[in-house]
Design a protein around this ligand. Structure first.
Ligand code: CP3
Length: 354
């Protein structure tokens, strides 16, 4: 492992391990992105995947929000779509539409087009970006690595892009259950190696984004989602027990108990979940992360501060990492992001003194 500067702020790592701290750590999903003028300036000069694939640019964009706000973590600037790309599919980032696959997996036969990637070769740019970013962060805050979860990646690979109902991907689960499992298993194998190598390149915490988990009902979640999430946590922990693992099972209210039984240290809640009820289900089996509605950032600063205070009170002072319930939106006002972060600092300290 490369030699890295020592860490000045390890609040998020201690909280993720279940320790009590004197303030609640805070970061924001999609904290690097289009709501920041300094990000848009880079995107005027460079294509999205150029930024992702050029370690110095990825590092610069990763650090932009850390320079602007007193955040407790950086998350590598990359995308979950690099895994389907490494597996042989072409992904284009279409402005206004998001990631698009010109040739998705419309039938199981098409799985023949997938390759078993040489991770170092196909995803070496991500590892290099992690190493460069960790050096450039100079120990200010920990660096989070991430991957898409197998089901969320399958949803895009079969559907060909974003969709309201993901009917093609969900139809696969019923029409081709065995092929679906084979596909999910292949993705899982890649994700496990990818995450393990991210740690070796410099990632200090890992998050698995299952942004489309909420498309499942309880039955298909148990069959096509949970086992692969579980397997990822077991295998990554086996390699790196010291690195906190976060899972973001968006909208899976019924899945919290089962996820609390897995090896994830942290469960990230979206804003539809009630922090107190989630805590009752999870108990002390996991730290919780979240979950302010990203749209609360459109509120006037005073109203936003009250929302933050209410959210913090719901989670309580310990075993909580403050975040949004999903990512920053392109038209968010950066000043309001600053209000959110400052309000977490202020209220979470105050909560511990009363
Ligand atoms: O959080 C961060 O700051 C790190 C960077 C990050 C991006 N994508 C950058 C990005 C992370 C963690 C992701 C993960 C990701 N990508 C997820 C899981 C998290 C989630 O939001 O649910 C998903 C589903 C994707 C797929 C994806 N990539 C979509 C749907 C889009 C389009 C979004 C949009 O609003 O247009 C992307 C593109 C993307 N990924 C952008 C960024 C900053 C915007 C691209 C641009 O600059 O034009």
């Amino acid at each position: 492992m490369p030699d890295f500067p020592s860490l000045e702020n390890d609040l998020i790592l201690r909280t993720a391990r279940g320790e009590s701290t004197d303030r609640t750590p805070v970061w924001m999903m999609r904290q690097a992105g289009r709501y920041l003028p300094e990000y848009r300036a880079i995107r005027e000069e460079h294509d999205f995947f150029d930024v992702v694939e050029t370690p110095d640019l990825a590092a610069e964009v990763t650090i932009q929000p850390v320079d602007r706000f007193p955040l407790d973590a950086a998350i590598l600037f990359s995308d979950i779509m690099v895994v389907p790309e490494a597996m042989g599919l072409t992904v284009e980032m279409v402005s206004g539409k998001g990631p698009t696959f010109p040739n998705p997996l419309s039938t199981p036969d098409e799985m023949e087009r997938l390759v078993e990637p040489d991770i170092d070769e196909a995803l070496g740019h991500v590892f290099e970006a992690l190493t460069v970013t960790r050096q450039q962060l100079e120990g200010r805050v920990p660096l989070i690595g991430f991957s898409g979860a197998p089901w969320t990646l399958m949803a895009y690979m079969v559907e060909g892009g974003g969709s309201k109902s993901y009917r093609h991907a969900r139809a696969w689960l019923y029409e081709h259950p065995d092929a679906s499992k084979a596909l999910l298993e292949r993705i899982t194998d890649v994700v496990v190696d990818y995450l393990i190598q991210q740690v070796e390149a410099g990632a200090q915490m890992l998050q698995v984004f299952d942004s489309w988990a909420g498309l499942h009902g309880p039955e298909t979640f148990r069959t096509f989602c949970l086992p692969y999430l579980d397997e990822i946590a077991t295998r990554v922990k086996d390699a790196h027990p010291e690195v906190p693992l976060v899972v973001f099972p968006k909208n899976v209210h019924y899945g919290l108990d089962a996820l609390a039984e897995t090896d994830y240290d942290v469960i990230s809640l979206d804003w539809t979940m009630d922090p107190k009820s989630a805590r009752e289900v999870v108990g002390d089996r996991a730290v919780l992360q979240g979950n302010l509605d990203p749209c609360a950032l459109y509120a006037a600063p005073d109203a936003l501060r009250r929302e933050v205070q209410h959210m913090l009170a719901g989670f309580g002072p310990h075993q909580h990492i403050a975040n949004l319930g999903h990512g920053m939106l392109p038209d968010h006002d950066p000043e309001h992001a600053g209000v959110f972060v400052d309000a977490v600092h202020e209220h979470s300290r105050r909560m511990r003194t009363v």
